[in-house]
Design a protein around this ligand. Structure first.
Ligand code: MRU
Length: 339
């Protein structure tokens, strides 16, 4: 496979490297991800994260393993191990379904490589089209709130919700972005703050609990988030804390938009109750860890509840901004997301 580089993936000399998203922004470390064990470890630890990026990293690794001589039967096993690495973001399963079809071909080495590269190129186009569709909804002078990280780090392209914000900013329509820090793993405080800074977009970082008072003070004009899975009825799984923002936005009469590519749709999933929600370790909540070290503040053996995602019901969403355009609540009720 030819060398390629996105914001957080790098193929060099037929090996995969990932930008460690747990060390950012203090350190920019590229780590090897040339075996299934290595990549699955990175995915579990969220060194590789974000719905589109997980699927792309798994697809690229499979293609590279094939080029480096792994037999078909072992590639099939590797595919299933990668598929099980995280349960909520459906992009991983959707990408690997396509890789499985490529693996079934006689010329599977070429087919896998072609398909993985196609997925990367497609993701760039999906992001661009989401941004084009979404920026039309951003009014001049907008003060936007976003949650988690949905930028170039999480995709091969300009991102989803951040892609929209970036394009709207280029058009002169974004006055400020409120960035939820996104406890427990701080994707907002570490990654979104860093990306917006690099893009020159003005932002202010807030604790997740501050959004309500900002809305009450009329400091937020719209909320923009990404998605890990969109069910057939329009319910959306996204980073924990998204649902509470949607409830708050409804109460304060603020538009709440979800930006996502086609690869995030799961028309086989009837509604949010059927979306598997990943539960994560207690250590993420009892303290904090990062490139600066680790700190625990909760008592030893504190009981913890730590779902990585929550589900926002379709009724709280003002628009689903896909690469194909803006989907309205009426279109969702008419069944646009059903298979
Ligand atoms: O646990 P993470 O960091 O992988 O969760 C990521 C999110 O929830 C993002 O909002 C979502 O994947 C959209 S990324 C374009």
């Amino acid at each position: 496979m030819h060398n390629l580089k996105t914001t957080s993936l790098h193929v060099r000399d037929n090996q995969l490297w990932i930008l460690d998203q747990q060390a950012l922004p203090q350190q920019q470390n590229w780590l090897p991800a040339h075996t299934v064990d290595l990549l699955v470890g990175h995915i579990h630890a969220l060194r590789v994260r974000g719905a589109p990026l997980i699927g792309l990293s798994a697809s690229l690794l499979l293609a590279l393993l094939a080029e480096n001589g792994l037999p078909k039967a072992e590639l099939a096993q590797a595919l299933e191990i990668l598929r099980a690495s995280r349960p909520t973001a459906v992009n991983l399963m959707n990408n690997l379904d396509r890789m499985k079809q490529a693996l079934a071909q006689d010329e599977f080495v070429i087919a896998l490589s072609t398909e993985a590269l196609r997925l990367v190129e497609e993701d760039k186009i999906l992001c661009k089209n989401i941004a084009l569709a979404g920026c039309e909804l951003v009014k001049p002078g907008s003060r936007l709130l976003t949650h988690c990280n949905t930028g170039g780090l999480a995709t091969a392209g300009v991102g989803t919700a951040i892609g929209v914000i970036h394009r709207a900013f280029e058009q002169g329509n974004v006055a400020n972005v409120w960035v939820d820090e996104t406890r427990p793993l701080l994707q907002g405080g570490r990654l979104t703050a860093w990306e917006l800074g690099e893009l020159g977009i003005p932002y202010q970082l807030i604790c997740d609990s501050m959004a309500a008072s900002l809305m009450a003070k009329k400091q937020i004009d719209a909320v923009w988030v990404g998605a890990d899975r969109i069910a057939a009825n329009g319910d959306v799984a996204n980073k924990i804390g998204t649902y509470s923002l949607a409830v708050l936005a409804k109460y304060h009469d603020i538009p709440f938009y979800v930006a996502a590519p086609q690869t995030t749709l799961d028309s086989n999933c009837p509604n949010g109750d059927a979306i598997p929600i990943e539960q994560r370790s207690a250590a993420e909540v009892t303290g904090v860890a990062g490139s600066f070290g680790a700190l625990q503040w909760a008592p030893e053996n504190a009981a913890v509840y730590n779902p990585a995602f929550d589900v926002t019901p379709a009724g709280l969403i003002s628009g689903w901004v896909l690469d194909t355009g803006v989907v309205t609540p009426e279109m969702v009720r008419d069944g646009v997301f059903r298979g």
